[in-house]
Design a protein around this ligand. Structure first.
Ligand code: G3I
Length: 303
């Protein structure tokens, strides 16, 4: 196959990208995005600050722009993200305790309800674990509402849209030997054992000098999958853009049947949250395919 999406589809997987609503008027951007990818994540437009700027007043203008572009072009959509310590609107940042807990529940109901039946998978909870050696939760206003906030978020999302897969999504959980990875693994195992509705784990997979790709990545994917959840690589980018590392990531996903697909976090290097100097994506700023692109395509095509 000659595009990333079609090549991934040969094994029943998808290949996606993050899309920014503000770039949908850029035809160089949309031409590549439409040709190469068959899954879309809104880079910012379905987040809490974008969708509920004032408490109880939802705004889906830009989220719907991304959603409609995707679906009109035959792509599926991952929803990102419902409960997160970051990109909270000011009104939510100032809440705590039971009123924050209720606001989280109301937010999930409002957003998941709006997109009911339309989303392949939701990143229900994003980045709730701490970096470093603790293996524990990150401190946040949501965490301070009680340790059960994550499972409440998942139960709320399941009730609001039983058709969507529900994911826990985080960064620095790619390396199997890291405490953060083990902390998330233990949470997912606990959720599965107690019947908390979780269907997938999102490995963001932002690789850089401080958190490089490690060959135990395949063990991480296999270990989560063995708990009975899908694994989705949700925000892949590799600082420096190593073609070899990109191929390793793809081959590790292809080696695990429950690794459902891969999303890169942007189209061209100039679209990356890291800036174009990081050279972290598959297309350069002029829209040319990089060596990493060819390496990913070849891997998806089986060698
Ligand atoms: O849209 C405003 C613009 O009006 C304003 O003039 C400008 C001034 O700073 O800011 C613009 O908003 C920025 C937005 O990106 C859109 O470009 C925000 O400041 C900026 O904080 C925001 O960054 C996003 C970041 O999440 C915020 O946490 C990145 O685009 C987005 O790629 C990044 O994505 C996250 C995932 O959601 C979660 N995992 C990590 C990943 C990378 O940080």
């Amino acid at each position: 196959a000659s595009t990333l999406g079609a090549a991934a589809a040969q094994s029943g997987r998808y290949f996606g990208t993050a899309i920014a609503a503000g770039k949908l008027g850029d035809s160089a951007y949309t031409t590549i995005a439409n040709r190469e990818f068959n899954m879309v994540t809104a880079e910012n437009e379905m987040k809490i600050d974008a969708t509920e700027p004032n408490r109880g007043q939802f705004n889906f203008t830009n989220g719907d722009r991304v959603y409609n572009w995707a679906v009109q072009n035959g792509k599926r959509v991952r929803g990102h993200t419902l409960a997160w310590h970051n990109q909270q609107p000011g009104w939510m940042q100032s809440l705590s305790g039971s009123s924050l807990r209720q606001a989280m529940i109301d937010h999930i109901n409002g957003v998941v309800g709006h997109y009911k039946g339309k989303i392949y998978a939701w990143d229900v909870v994003n980045e709730a674990f701490a970096d470093g050696n603790s293996g524990g939760r990150r401190d946040s206003n949501l965490q301070r509402t009680g340790n059960d906030w994550i499972e409440v978020a998942f139960r709320t999302a399941r009730a609001a849209d039983p058709a969507a897969k529900l994911c826990y999504n985080d960064y620095n959980i790619d390396n199997w030997s890291w405490a953060k990875t083990q902390g998330v693994y233990n949470m997912v195992r606990d959720f599965k054992s107690r019947g908390v509705p979780i269907d997938c784990v999102g490995l963001q997979s932002h690789f850089n000098g401080n958190s490089p790709y490690n060959s135990n990545y395949r063990t991480t994917i296999q270990s989560f999958a063995a708990l009975g959840v899908d694994v989705q690589i949700t925000e892949l980018d590799i600082q420096g853009g190593s073609a070899t590392t990109y191929a390793n990531v793809v081959n590790d996903c292809l080696a695990v049947s429950r690794c459902a697909g891969i999303t890169v976090w942007g189209v061209r290097d100039t679209d990356s949250w890291l800036g174009s100097g990081a050279s972290a994506l598959l297309f350069d700023g002029n829209g040319n395919k990089k060596a990493a692109y060819t390496s990913v395509l070849n891997a998806l095509n089986g060698g």
